[in-house]
Design a protein around this ligand. Structure first.
Ligand code: THG
Length: 367
């Protein structure tokens, strides 16, 4: 095949050496970094997340830190979700929007203290965005990208593994909440979170020189549960209905189209970026919605770079924004970003590389 041409632009993950030692076989790019996307046994890796426990290098989920007297003010200006009741140790999923109400990232916001927040971002440059907004609004806050790299531990046995490493307190973490601690002299934050619906945690490594040590520590602790390497899993996430920003969104997507309306509070102050546009979009009613689609046929398809047109009655009604072979449903499935007139149960046609494939719209999640 081909190899990766090194450059300081392609920032290394602190877990890079560890994942190479595990036999990583593919990467994707994300936030100007490489993220492992497989270890050569896709189906085994899938079932490990469903039935066991899996550890993932997700250091590409960079933290944009807001620090200073106006950190809370800036966090609220960037997030069209009410943060007034958010307390230190709490995390919240947010749709960061531009002034037009278009989603430009879907981070988890973590409140560390009154003067320090992290936006744990998806694949777009929120560091530049937050810095620009802070400067334009004259806020007293420093925006940076600190040395913080998440390692995910996901699957039904993840809690037992995490308790064996950190102790019983992690059992009491609520979803998206976190606590700061140390393990073996390594500073970390431990959160109940992660991009799967199988239960799990994320360990935010706060010293990039300790990546291999942390990886090996988790690997060792996970041995009784047969832990193994994995990554944000395309099949599991589609079956579970988890959104991929940039994969399932385009330059026109607003939160109401992609099931993020429940994370938008329209009564936040008028100075929140995008809120006026979001109020109008909500009042007018969104034109598209995101539901599921199941394709006919029993042959596993390939994941695709591109979206596929979805037609009904000879007319384009939207796009199929991802496609995976579901190991549980034994069908090719994906998300449909389609006109609100299209509903679960509708028969549609998907234009796949010039061939028409029959499909049926359905509710999300699949499982
Ligand atoms: N971990 C960390 N940061 C991240 C991600 C992550 N930043 C970017 C990206 N992933 C954020 N995206 C999501 C999307 C969905 C969920 C989590 C992160 C998620 N959603 C649940 C759902 O949709 O059912 C629950 C949402 C809720 O209850 O509020 O878990 O993976 N560090």
């Amino acid at each position: 095949m081909f190899s990766i041409f090194p450059s300081a632009r392609l920032r290394p993950s602190p877990f890079y050496e560890a994942t190479v030692a595990e036999g990583v076989t593919s990467f994707t790019t994300y936030n100007h970094m490489l993220m492992p996307t497989g270890y050569g046994q896709p189906e085994e890796e899938y079932w490990r997340i469903i039935n066991g426990v899996s550890m993932w290098d997700v250091s590409v989920e960079r933290q944009v830190q807001l620090q200073g007297p106006d950190a809370g003010k800036l966090a609220q200006i960037l997030c069209p979700r009410d943060l007034t009741k958010c307390v230190p140790g709490q995390g919240k999923y947010v749709a960061v929007c531009n002034h037009a109400g278009t989603v430009i990232n879907d981070p988890i916001l973590l409140k560390l203290d009154e003067q320090r927040y992290w936006l744990s971002i998806a694949d777009s440059n929120i560091w530049f965005w937050a810095g620009a907004i802070a400067a334009e609004r004259g806020l007293d806050v420093v925006v940076s990208e600190p040395d913080v790299s998440p390692l995910a531990v996901q699957g039904p046995n993840s809690e037992d593994v995490m308790v064996s490493i950190f102790g019983d307190w992690v059992r009491n973490l609520k979803y998206f909440w976190f606590g700061e601690t140390e393990i073996d002299g390594i500073p970390v934050a431990v959160a109940r979170s992660g991009w799967s619906k199988q239960g799990g945690f994320e360990i935010y490594l706060m010293d990039g020189t300790k990546g291999t040590r942390l990886w090996n520590l988790v690997k060792e602790a996970g041995k009784p549960w047969d832990i193994g390497p994995g990554n944000p899993n395309p099949c599991e996430r589609v079956e579970s209905g988890l959104l991929s920003f940039g994969g399932d969104t385009d330059e026109h997507t607003n939160p109401f189209e992609i099931r993020m309306g429940r994370y938008v509070d329209l009564d936040v102050p008028d100075d929140v970026v995008g809120i006026k546009a979001l109020r109008k979009i909500k009042a007018d009613g969104p034109r598209r919605h995101q539901i599921g689609i199941v394709l006919e046929g029993d042959e596993p398809d390939q994941v695709a770079f591109n979206w596929f047109d979805i037609n009904a009655g000879g007319q384009k009604i939207g796009d199929m924004t991802n496609i995976v072979w579901s190991y549980q449903l034994k069908k090719n499935i994906g998300f449909a970003l389609v006109s609100v007139d299209a509903q679960p149960g509708d028969e549609v046609a998907v234009m796949k590389h010039g061939t028409e494939v029959a499909g049926r719209l359905c509710e999300l999640p699949f499982i």
